[in-house]
Design a protein around this ligand. Structure first.
Ligand SMILES: [Zn+2]
Length: 918
């Protein structure tokens, strides 16, 4: 169960509201997007429990979330991590369903997934499931909040799971820098505490009584909200919810108000330095403001974060890049913490930026001065509001499980009518409110945090052992712009009107053909499909430009640098387009350069022209090239700093995909690549190209061909033809075992077995994975307690079938993990022999329904279509073909094939050896 980091929760800007505001919300109708066809009903039960149901006859998945308005902030001082531990314990048996695996097995046996997370001021639980099994899933889930057992015998076991989770995060920089930040704040503030929990903070002897007391005190119906999405009508869903949640106890109210201030006795400004694992240098500026509910509606902080984080012409980021100080920037309001809300401006620094930190900070304050003296905010605010309101009007479905979890959280904080449209509410430009925020964003109130692997200090944090120091900063030094930066500072200006905002949002149903595959006379292989089923004026244009020669590792590495360079040189254009709802990306694969455009289609030709022009008229300036190369080097080096189990995947991929390259191989050739290598490669690659292109969505056939011809015209100097080559899977001829040293205290393994080729083979392996996934988890994680990361999954490589097992363990080394997996594999054969026709049929049904799930939105429909085109050169759906193959599969054939795969299938075993032996 993941425990959200500050970085992740930054996106969930939503907070508790006062009781008076929530009772004023007499209007119980959810205000929906014009594109939302679902029915809603809302009710507050007699016990105070808030319940929203959403009836969606087209739902591919049913889903439920309960949000509880209490999190780690309410923990007693002597049990850090208790709220998170409770979140884990709720899964492990209830009065009506005492078996600790009952819930998890029921969900996964019916095509679903479950999870939960604990945050500072709330805890969120959720699952999705095949819609036909919603009621039974809900019956199990709802008992968590009525009568969980929290049985003594599982307390010890689950403490280990929490401890493994803690261990798995020890080398994650987001957690490490947050741990250091906590050292700087008021120690009486609950935010200063450790919140994950481990075996020491949750002592076996005393933790259960504390757990029960915490549950009884805070898990009150009044503090809970639920959202249910199902296919049934709202009356049925409402009656299920009412019946099941009516038993949740309403407890005497308890005060969760935090009186402490984050930086109560700290004399600001301060400079915090913390050591990171990854080779990345970051700077964050934090400011604290009193929390105001009305800001959620006026979006004053949202406005400031938009302007500060702007990446177009004249922006702060552009100026920092011009000076060679930074490669990325973000800004935004974070989590509400007590009565305060913090605002962060984060910069990813270059070496030069890290060497001149005060120069960087002074440029940020110079940009803030522009905002303080702005007289044209109203127009910029209106532009942002219009874009947000258009996006709401054409909002597409997201996955049901994300929807319920997000809405349940909001339901605990905002009037029900606003829970869907909150991001589109802009109550008006409030110059005075913006000024009160800007007045607090000054050098004498700032908290600076630097992270870098080069930080060394004697002090270390208690839980993450991060070396750090906290020193007083000098305000004057933070606001003095260096002479060498004055020109760049003078060039900064606030954003101008955005040229990419569309004014035509008409739907275009194709009057002619709705689907086409053709070779244009100019040589481009064009695929087209008109799809207006989602009722949105959006399209997806995918272009793959493939050089016609075999690429060496140097070529591939150079092509990646080329893609990065184009993205970099086009930043201001791409950023404006993305703000206007038109997203473009240039990326390099192993064989081709991919250009992807997604969003409102009206301005696509303009954007496509800008991108190809940049590619054709390629210029490489030294400082930009140096920065791109340094960034890419960092990224390749950081591959070795990822979690050990994540590090196994590139090795596996290199063994399964013909011509795939490893990060370490690319790193070894990177130094030899210079500006000339890049221009030479681009010239050679562009001289002859195989081009495959897809136009999907709200476009007509004529418009698709027009785009194809536009692309050919733009590439007039290239010889185009259509012999585009797909990536290919490697057929293993022998078993492969590889090890790497993972530089972490956990070891890891990915154990892969190859199956046959084609849809039937992939379907059969899919059924096998369904059969063994929960067993693998139960045996190796729950019973043997090998670690927090334990999973089995189908691992197809294009048309080639395969199954894989991955474990990361703080307790066993990789060889031992291999033995456990071997042993598990042996136990699968008797499982196959004992499999009944009924269970087999049920598994087939679940898998088929998963495969046949319709895409949720236009982008995912287009991605599926494109992915099949790239693999097979055809538009036929692989999902349908696999589902059909599964339907034909008999139990006898399945058992015979899977026995063969398990006993003679060729293996690839990748082992990450931990630094310290156990
Ligand atoms: Zn957890």
């Amino acid at each position: 169960m993941q425990h959200l980091s500050k970085l992740l929760t930054r996106l969930l800007i939503g907070f508790f509201m006062t009781a008076t505001l929530s009772t004023q919300a007499a209007d119980n109708t959810v205000i929906k997007s014009a594109n939302d066809q679902r029915d809603y009903a809302y009710s507050v039960l007699d016990n105070g429990f808030k319940l929203l149901v959403i009836s969606d006859v087209d739902a591919q998945r049913a889903a439920v979330s309960v949000d509880v308005g209490v999190g780690s902030s309410a923990e007693p001082d002597d049990f850090p991590g208790l709220a998170h531990f409770l979140e884990h314990m709720l899964f492990l048996g209830t009065d009506k369903y005492p078996d600790p695996d009952d819930y998890i097995n029921y969900i996964s046996d019916h095509g679903g997934h479950h999870n939960a997370f604990t945050a500072f001021d709330h805890t969120n639980y959720f699952f999705d499931i095949d819609p036909a099994y919603l009621h039974q899933g809900l019956q199990r889930f709802s008992r968590f909040f009525v009568a969980p057992l929290m049985a003594e015998k599982y307390v010890a076991r689950e403490r280990n799971a929490v401890d493994s989770e803690y261990q798995s995060k020890l080398r994650e920089d987001a957690w490490r820098s947050m741990d250091v930040f906590k050292q700087a704040i008021n120690p009486k503030h609950p935010y200063s505490r450790f919140s994950i929990g481990n075996n020491r903070t949750l002592p076996e002897q005393t933790v259960r009584p504390a757990l029960l007391a915490f549950y009884k005190k805070y898990y009150s119906a009044e503090r809970m909200s639920a959202v249910i999405i199902g296919k049934e009508d709202v009356n049925t869903l409402m009656s299920w919810g009412k019946t099941l949640f009516a038993d949740v106890v309403k407890r005497p109210s308890s005060d969760l108000h935090i009186k402490e201030k984050l930086f109560a006795d700290v004399s600001l400004p301060i400079k915090i330095k913390s050591q990171s694992i990854k080779n990345e240098k970051n700077l964050s500026l934090f400011f604290q403001f009193p929390y105001r509910m009305d800001n959620e509606y006026s979006k004053s902080l949202g406005y400031l974060s938009h302007i500060l984080g702007y990446e177009g012409k004249g922006s702060l980021l552009e100026a920092l890049k011009t000076q060679g100080y930074a490669s990325e920037l973000y800004s935004g309001a974070g989590y509400r913490i007590g009565d305060e809300i913090s605002f962060e401006i984060g910069v990813q620094l270059t070496d030069k930026g890290y060497a001149h930190p005060n120069n960087v900070v002074a440029m940020i304050f110079a940009y803030l001065d522009l905002l303080k003296n702005d007289s044209n905010g109203q127009a910029r605010y209106q532009e942002i509001a219009t874009v947000a309101q258009t996006a709401f009007q054409f909002k597409e479905k997201r996955s049901a499980v994300h929807e319920v979890s997000g809405i349940a959280t909001r339901l605990n904080r905002y009037p029900v009518k606003d829970v869907q449209r909150l991001e589109a509410i802009f109550s008006g430009y409030n110059a005075e409110q913006i000024k009160t925020y800007l007045d607090k964003m000054t050098a004498d109130k700032v908290v600076l945090q630097f992270t870098s692997p080069s930080v060394s200090a004697d002090k270390k944090t208690q839980y993450f052992s991060v070396p750090y120091e906290i020193i007083k900063a000098e305000p004057k030094a933070l606001t003095t712009v260096a002479d060498t930066d004055k020109k760049a500072v003078a060039a900064m200006h606030l954003p101008k009107p955005n040229p990419f905002i569309a004014d035509n949002y008409q739907l275009q149903k194709s009057t002619d053909k709705t689907e086409k595959h053709t070779i244009l006379t100019n040589g481009i292989e064009l695929f087209f499909k008109n799809d207006t089923a989602f009722n949105v004026p959006r399209s997806s244009v995918q272009i793959s430009l493939q050089p016609v020669f075999d690429l060496t590792v140097i070529d591939k590495t150079t092509m990646t640098l080329l893609a990065e360079l184009l993205n970099e040189q086009l930043t201001t254009t791409l950023y404006d387009a993305s703000i206007a709802g038109l997203h473009a990306e240039i990326a390099a694969g192993e064989k081709s350069l991919a250009i992807s455009l997604q969003g409102y289609q009206q301005r696509m030709p303009v954007l496509l022209q800008a991108i190809i022009k940049q590619l054709n008229e390629l210029t490489v300036d030294k400082p930009t090239f140096a920065r791109i190369k340094a960034n890419y080097r960092q990224e390749l080096q950081n591959a070795a700093a990822k979690m050990p189990y994540q590090q196994t995947f590139p090795y596996l991929n290199a063994n399964l995909v013909v011509d795939a390259s490893l990060p370490s191989q690319r790193l070894s050739v990177l130094d030899g690549i210079n500006e000339k290598t890049l221009t030479d490669f681009a010239d050679k690659a562009l001289s002859q190209l195989a081009v495959r292109m897809l136009v999907y969505g709200n476009q007509t056939e004529a418009e698709a061909e027009q785009l194809g011809n536009q692309l050919a015209d733009l590439l007039a100097n290239s010889q185009l033809h259509h012999q585009w080559q797909p990536n290919q899977a490697r057929i293993l001829s022998k078993n492969i075992s590889q090890s790497f040293s993972d530089n972490h205290s956990d070891s890891a393994i990915t154990y892969y077995i190859q199956g046959g080729k084609g849809y039937a083979a992939r379907g059969a392996i899919g059924v096998l994975a369904k059969l063994i996934e929960p067993q693998f988890f139960t045996r190796l994680r729950t019973e043997k307690q090998l670690g927090y990361v334990v999973f089995a999954y189908p691992q197809p490589t294009f048309e080639q079938a395969g199954i894989a097992f991955t474990i990361q363990s703080p307790v066993a080394d990789a060889d031992v993990l291999e033995k456990h997996i071997d042993e598990f594999k042996q136990s699968v054969i008797p499982m196959l022999d004992n499999l009944s026709e009924t269970d087999f049929a049920a598994m087939k049904t679940i898998l088929r329904s998963e495969l046949l799930q319709k895409p949720e939105n236009l982008a995912s429909a287009a991605n599926r279509y494109w992915s099949d085109i790239l693999t097979t050169g055809k538009t036929a759906s692989s999902r349908h073909a696999i589902a059909n193959a599964i339907e034909q599969l008999s139990l006898a054939d399945f058992t015979r094939q899977m026995r063969a795969v398990l006993s003679t299938g060729k293996k690839v075993i990748i082992k990450g050896e931990a630094k310290h032996s156990k």
